[in-house]
Design a protein around this ligand. Structure first.
Ligand SMILES: [Zn+2]
Ligand SMILES: [Zn+2]
Ligand SMILES: [Zn+2]
Ligand SMILES: [Zn+2]
Ligand SMILES: [Zn+2]
Ligand SMILES: [Zn+2]
Ligand SMILES: [Zn+2]
Length: 431
């Protein structure tokens, strides 16, 4: 037994074998036995982990000094404990306290600090991230990306859209906001490309304009700048054109008005003509002799004769001052050239009794006649004939109804009379 194998308690040792107390004084070294023990052969304490070493006990300590499986502290004092064989790897790559020299900037680092330095070393040579192909020290990269890299993006100065730098040149050949001079050389130095058409049309002093009197017929065309001069020089000509235009338009209006009137003329051969305000009109007729009222014109049938009824409320001819006289006349119509002449169809005049038919049977005043074929007004109207021409005197009844009789019944009701005229057209003509 060597004293080193004994445990101590209050100066008294216990034997590890049998636990009996041993007195220190009785313990003494036994070199002989020690030599025997130390000469025993054993396997390395790391044989289970794989160490193949075996030898004398006295050589174990020396072996452990080199045993690859023996656990030793990291020489860098990093707190790691590793087997000797794992140490080189640790010291070289894993140890946070190892010393590393950066291959790019040659600075010294602990392992820990180097982790942070790796990939950021300003001296390391790297490729541009825009893949432009350039390679340079990292510290030059940001400047490159900002001002030199052909693949950097940059906004177009004119339209502000982002472009890869090396395509901007091309873009500017099409950029809609790129300033170009007026293609007509009016002197405007920079017009955004997309605004050129508007400039040429609206504000370019060289734009060709049509004279503002074009509607009146002026065909003059000149640059905007010269238009003022043209307007000044052509006042009389323009005025003449405008006058002509006005008279053309007046003619057109007359024609339109006639068309509208034609469209509103009835064409079923019957006219019911209301003369309202009868008392006042009778007074008027009394004050002025031969005062004639005219009905709206009407057609005997579609594409037929155009007729008009007239009335002298105070009479004319043999009925003057005592009767209502009623006449019919033929007016120049649209279809006269298609019709047979003289006009020869039966005409009936009525003064309508406005009595309520449910109270008593109305007693209309009615006269019918066959037109006299020799009567001038029933001949085909000539081009020169107008409706108010004396020679076109109508045909009718100077004594249609006396002023006495017209007061009877309800010929005048609500201060109005109704005169009806109808023309009998044979069926074969209507067909
Ligand atoms: Zn070993
Ligand atoms: Zn270490
Ligand atoms: Zn470095
Ligand atoms: Zn680049
Ligand atoms: Zn642009
Ligand atoms: Zn211009
Ligand atoms: Zn003009």
């Amino acid at each position: 037994m060597t004293p080193t194998l004994l445990s101590c308690s209050e100066g008294v040792f216990k034997c590890p074998e049998d636990q009996l107390p041993l007195e220190y004084a009785k313990i003494y070294p036994d070199p002989e036995l020690e030599a025997q023990v130390l000469s025993l052969a054993i396997r390395c304490i790391h044989s289970e982990e794989g160490c193949r070493w075996s030898g004398l006990i006295k050589h174990l300590q020396a072996h452990l000094g080199t045993c690859g499986f023996n656990v030793i502290p990291c020489p860098n004092r990093c707190s790691a404990k590793l087997s000797r064989r794992d140490l080189p790897e640790h010291v070289q790559h894993g140890c946070p306290k190892r010393r590393v020299k950066c291959e790019f900037c040659a600075s010294d680092f602990t392992g820990e600090a180097f982790e942070g330095h790796q990939g950021t070393c300003p001296q390391e040579s790297v490729y541009c991230e825009n893949k432009c192909g350039a390679r340079m020290m990292r510290r030059l990269l940001s400047q490159h990306a900002l001002t030199e890299c052909p693949k950097r993006t940059q906004p177009c100065t004119y339209c502000a859209k982002e472009f890869v730098f090396d395509t901007i040149q091309n873009h500017q050949y099409q950029c809609p906001r790129y300033p170009v001079p007026c293609p007509n050389q009016c002197g405007t130095p920079s017009i955004a490309r997309e605004d050129v058409p508007t400039h040429l049309k609206e504000s370019c002093s060289t734009a060709m304009l049509l004279c503002p009197f074009k509607e009146a017929g002026c065909k003059h065309r000149c640059p905007k700048l010269a238009m003022g001069r043209h307007l000044e020089d052509s006042t009389k000509v323009h005025l003449g054109m405008v006058c002509a235009l006005v008279s053309r338009q007046r003619q057109e209006i007359l024609e339109l008005r006639r068309d509208v009137e034609e469209l509103s003329v009835s064409s079923d051969g019957t006219l019911i003509w209301k003369i309202s305000d009868y008392t006042r009109k009778l007074q008027e007729a009394k004050a002025r002799s031969n005062y004639e009222f005219f009905s709206p014109p009407f057609y005997t049938h579609k594409y037929g004769y155009k007729l008009q009824v007239s009335a002298f409320l105070n009479g004319n001819g043999s009925g003057e001052s005592s009767h209502l006289s009623v006449y019919i006349r033929v007016l120049p119509g649209e279809y006269d050239n298609l019709l047979e002449w003289p006009f020869s169809y039966r005409v009936t005049f009525s003064l309508l009794d406005q009595s309520d038919p449910s109270l008593s049977k109305p007693q209309h005043i009615t006269e019918t006649f066959h037109p006299d074929p020799n009567w001038k007004n029933f001949q085909k109207p000539g081009a020169s004939r107008s409706s108010l021409d004396e020679s076109t005197l109508g045909f009718g009844y100077p004594k249609f109804i006396s002023h006495e009789d017209i007061k009877k019944r309800n010929y005048v009701r609500d201060n109005a009379i109704f005169i009806k005229a109808s023309v009998e057209i044979p069926q074969k003509i209507l067909a």
